[in-house]
Ligand binder design. Structure first.
Ligand code: ATP
Length: 278
């Protein structure tokens, strides 16, 4: 991993995202269709949303409501058919692939359900990879702060297969944070973890928001995780259907049931006791 010391320092917040109140990501009138002809699906139907910097925002909704499509469009991994997307003040719609790839590597971080670590690289190398690919140097003090806070400082020379699932996901969170991205996108980050490891990863993502001023946008099915969020945007049929501030698991579960009345308790994810107790 390439690092420099004496940069902006370990106490610095993330780039452009330390202050709350301004939009970290914005979408206006975004439409996205998948497939064609009679198989065409309107995954996003003129969606306009704005996500504040320095907040933990979750995207929820029934299966097929457009959550993944929205996250991919906001993160610049997919392009809308119509509408505009802004990352901070920069419009990403219409950007060249090259410019978009560079922007993604430096301005966004990703945490996936399946960790997505490179098996042949050490933890240290995995954490440094996005910066290395972007030709950027990491701030050594900041890397020490992040790896210490995530409890992986002693694991830096291990390979991913020498770690538990929870440890691997903490490495993925570190990889997402060390470039000080404007936004971290997390797609079902606890989906492959047992509930204790999942709760630990959620606490660390929430700490990244509260302690580092990070902006996190997360897709999840699990209403029990809502208590970690400042806001839940609920989608139904490709449109925002509810917007909950300071959400509780009960309010989210009620809203999901209202939007998806056919679902039974069996199809609703397990509500974690710990999140309920918070
Ligand atoms: N590549 C694709 N080709 C065709 N249809 C697609 C494609 N990707 C998604 N869709 C459809 O678009 C709609 C929205 O899908 P999306 O994956 O965004 O929903 P989701 O809310 O994330 O679903 P889930 O909770 O089941 O993961 C669904 O009807 C889905 O079947």
């Amino acid at each position: 991993m390439t690092e420099t010391s004496g940069g902006t320092g370990a106490t610095a917040t993330v780039r452009d995202a330390g202050a709350t109140g301004h939009a970290a990501v914005r979408a206006t009138d975004v439409t996205r269709r998948h497939g064609s002809g009679e198989n065409e699906v309107l995954a996003l139907d003129r969606v306009s949303i704005s996500v504040d910097a320095g907040r933990f925002t979750m995207i929820m909704g029934p299966s097929g409501s457009g959550k993944s499509t929205l996250m991919h469009v906001l993160a610049g991994l997919d392009s809308p058919d119509e509408g505009r997307v802004f990352l901070g003040r920069r419009e990403i719609t219409g950007m060249s692939d090259k410019a978009l790839t560079r922007l993604r590597r430096t301005r966004t971080g990703f945490v996936f359900q399946s960790f997505n670590l490179i098996p042949t690289l050490s933890v240290r190398q995995n954490i440094g990879l996005p910066a290395q690919l972007a030709g950027e140097k990491l701030d050594a003090d900041w890397v020490r702060t992040v790896t210490g806070r995530l409890g992986i400082a002693a694991l830096l020379d291990r390979k991913p297969h020498e770690l538990s699932g929870g440890q691997q996901q903490r490495v993925a969170v570190a990889r997402a944070l060390v470039t000080r991205p404007a936004v971290v996108f997390a797609d079902e980050p606890t989906g492959n973890l047992d509930s204790a490891s999942g709760a630990e990863v959620m606490r660390l993502l929430a700490a990244a928001v509260r302690e580092f001023g990070q902006t996190v946008i997360m897709v999840t099915h699990d209403p029990g995780l809502a208590a970690y969020a400042d806001r839940v945007i609920m989608l139904a049929d490709g449109r925002p259907a509810a917007d909950l501030a300071a959400p509780t698991p009960e309010a989210v579960a009620d809203t999901l049931l209202r939007l998806n009345p056919g679902s039974s308790d069996e199809t609703l994810p397990f509500v974690e006791q710990e999140a309920l107790a918070r």
